[in-house]
Ligand binder design. Structure first.
Ligand code: SF4
Length: 442
């Protein structure tokens, strides 16, 4: 029986996008259907993220917008989930600002259905801030409503053990838990058997340390990739996020030699300075990072490498910053996501001495972005004349098809009878102009 409609706001990374697919599954299991707009909804869910200030502020603004909706529809259920509610003292602040919130917490989505059921019966505020023991990883029981018909996310780990000093994740998502390899295998196999999922992205805060906590059926991340690639079918495996400290030679071999593993690697470096990497508690040096890149470049044909960089971290000197500039120039990433460091409450870095003025951070990010722009452009130009394998054809437009390369670059593909939506194609890149790649079937 239809209960009404739901609308989910999602903030943050792919992990949260996938959590929202599970929240949608929980709601649909209870008879709710997807609303086109928040105004149509009977349940509004805010799946928040507190990793970056911007995402948190956007969520705050949007929760505020629920006030007039609730006024027009007093039975509207407002739920705030995700990692924001897990932060200390946030509940009191949010409840004071937004007293209309009905369900608060349920960071681990498995709890959301329970809270919703109790709220529907009692119409009483439900809240739960999770403790370590509340974190589970039994999501195999949850229905998942996947948004993208061709690309599916699969969790392989939850939480994180790394405690980078700028990051709130280990405090709000718990310690690292790996899903049993057999559960992951079954989920991926089912997805491949459906037939239309061509790209399976394995998700974790640090996929490279997958399996460290497993006591039975011990499997490392490279072994997991090898196992999954034995599943019969036309699909590609991708993964995120990687941590340089756990990026092994074994993994480089698998990326190089296994045709089902994508040849695009996203490897966050965060800083090119050993001094800053230490302050960040990243547990690798610039030398170790550059060594991984050297090996990847030597072994993996047609590789594209992207990264994340935090600029203006606490205590970052001009010399440290120049080390990051030099690293950027040395690696020449195909893409870099560069962010200004922002203080996150509850982290070690928040209390460190030596926070930099915004102006310095702005100048530094501006310089890095300018440098990276050149390399990103060079990367696009270097693709002209190449044949890109496993380009996923995602959309048909009047004049051309839209496809995506293994590293996520959009290509406008000349129409051709052999092209088929949702299939892979080998595409020869013929031009790069006006910020667009153009190609045709090889
Ligand atoms: S590896 Fe570091 S940055 Fe990534 S989630 Fe864990 S603590 Fe945060």
């Amino acid at each position: 029986m239809e209960q009404g409609k739901y609308y989910i706001f999602t903030y943050g990374c792919q992990m949260n996008v996938h959590e929202s697919e599970k929240l949608a599954g929980i709601l649909e299991d209870r008879g709710y259907t997807k609303a086109g707009t928040p105004e149509e909804a009977d349940v509004l869910v805010y799946n928040t993220c507190c990793i970056r200030e911007g995402a948190e502020q956007r969520a705050m603004g949007n929760i505020g917008n629920a006030k007039p909706l609730k006024k027009n529809k007093p039975n509207l259920i407002v739920a705030v989930c995700g990692c924001m509610p897990q932060q200390k003292n946030v509940e009191a602040t949010l409840k004071q600002k937004f007293p209309f919130i009905n369900i608060f917490g349920a960071n681990n989505v498995e709890f959301f259905g329970e809270y919703l059921d109790v709220f529907l019966k009692q119409r009483k505020y439900q809240n739960k801030i999770l403790q370590d023991q509340d974190y589970q990883s039994n999501d195999k029981k949850i229905k998942i409503v996947r948004d993208n018909p061709y690309c599916a996310y699969v969790n392989i780990t939850y939480g994180c053990n790394n405690f980078c000093t700028y990051c709130i994740v280990p405090y709000v998502r718990g310690r690292e838990r790996s899903r049993p390899a057999s559960d992951i295998f079954n989920e991926v196999k089912q997805l491949v058997e459906v037939g239309h999922y061509k790209i399976i992205t394995l998700l974790g805060q640090n996929v490279n340390s997958y399996g460290n906590d497993l006591t039975e059926d011990k499997t490392t991340f490279p072994q997991l990739l090898e196992k999954l690639s034995k599943i019969e079918g036309d699909f590609q495996l991708r993964f995120m996020s990687s941590h340089p400290k756990d990026f092994s030679d074994e993994l480089i071999e698998v990326i190089a030699n296994n045709p089902k593993v994508c040849k695009a690697v996203h490897l966050p470096v965060q800083s090119g300075s050993n001094h800053v990497l230490k302050l960040m508690n990243r547990n690798y040096t610039r030398e170790k990072y550059l060594d991984i890149i050297k090996k990847l470049k030597a072994k993996v044909k047609d590789l594209s490498i992207s990264t994340d960089i935090i600029v203006g971290f606490v205590g970052e000197t001009e010399e440290d910053f120049e080390d990051t500039v030099k690293l950027l120039q040395e690696v020449q990433f195909s893409n870099a996501y560069i962010f200004i460091y922002s203080k996150r409450k509850g982290t070690v870095a928040e209390k460190m001495e030596g926070h930099l003025p915004l102006e310095i951070k702005r100048n530094r990010i501006h310089k890095l972005l300018e440098i990276q722009k050149k390399y990103t452009n060079n990367h696009f130009l270097s693709l002209v004349g190449s044949t890109q394998h496993f380009v996923l054809v995602e959309e048909e437009r009047p004049m051309h098809y839209i496809g995506k390369t293994q590293c996520g670059k959009v290509v406008k593909i000349k129409k051709n009878k052999t092209l088929c939506l949702g299939n892979f194609a080998n595409i020869k890149i013929t031009d790069y102009s006006g910020g667009n790649l153009y190609g045709e079937v090889e």
